[in-house]
Design a protein around this ligand. Structure first.
Ligand code: SAM
Length: 245
């Protein structure tokens, strides 16, 4: 079911149930009272990543306080998608963009991966989490992706769940079209791995190509920046074997 785009959506980190009284935190108060100037009795949508989406009514018990009262559930909680997104950290602005786009494109888990040519530092998890929530609020995503701690590529590969197919975007793949390789994937659980701006090292590419749970894909004849590659790969995965089918 698609989200209602006319109402404001807000993530809250508390349980949602009819009649609960939820106090807006400082940032939410500022946004609701000063940015969108919500009136007493305005309606908005709340979600918490667990209890689905709720229509809620806003009130100002005092001039400095807003409470939100869930009235009825408007959409049930969907499960987290089976698609994980693994990326080598980039510089901050591009990483913010990449994480937001991954949420919009329907990933269920976000995992920073440390590769040999990483240029950016792993972003603070608070910042990544804020980007995840902002994208979920904007796009009506109710299954808020989990965020993992950064891990080194070899360690991640050693502990890999063999039932999950790892789709690795290989900039050195001589082919151009990813669709054939994706069409051969049988697993339901998927993960996408995008390299850093400096690309994968030869050693990393050799490791990935040897592993039985890895499918390497190309993304056309041009080298894409990592954030562009992420969106392009997620689109082609969703359209061929994901939830756009
Ligand atoms: N420095 C590398 C080079 O010049 O070959 C380019 C790295 S690219 C900016 C960052 C990541 O995006 C790559 O590691 C890869 O995962 C993905 N990527 C970019 N273009 C791609 C392509 N045409 N095919 C497959 N993956 C691509």
């Amino acid at each position: 079911m698609r989200a209602n785009y006319r109402l404001q959506r807000l993530f809250v980190d508390v349980d949602l149930a009819a009649g609960a009284s939820i106090e807006a935190d400082k940032n939410q108060f500022h946004y609701l009272a000063h940015v969108i100037r919500a009136d007493e009795g305005s309606e908005l949508l709340l979600f918490n990543g667990r209890d689905g989406e709720w229509l809620a009514r806003l009130s100002y018990p005092t001039r400095k306080k807003i409470t939100l009262e869930p009235v009825e559930q408007t959409r049930p909680q969907p499960p987290l998608p089976y698609l994980s997104y693994l990326f080598a950290p980039l510089k901050t602005g591009r990483m913010d963009y990449m994480v937001q786009k991954a949420v919009e494109m329907g990933v269920g888990r976000i995992q920073p991966v440390l590769t040999q040519h990483v240029q950016g530092k792993p972003a603070k998890s608070d910042r990544l989490r804020a980007n995840i929530i902002e994208a979920a609020e904007q796009c009506g995503v109710l299954a808020v992706p989990d965020l993992d701690e950064p891990v080194k590529l070899p360690e991640l590969m050693e502990n890999w769940d063999a039932d999950r197919r790892l789709i690795f975007c290989d900039e050195a793949d001589e082919h151009q079209n990813p669709v054939t390789a994706l069409g051969e994937i049988k697993e339901k659980k998927l993960a996408l791995l995008i390299g850093p701006e400096g690309g994968f090292s030869d050693e990393e590419r050799a490791l990935l190509h040897e592993l039985p749970f890895v499918t390497a894909i190309p993304l056309g004849p041009r080298i894409l920046r990592a954030d562009t590659a992420a969106v392009a790969a997620l689109a082609v995965i969703q359209a061929t074997i994901g939830d756009w089918k």
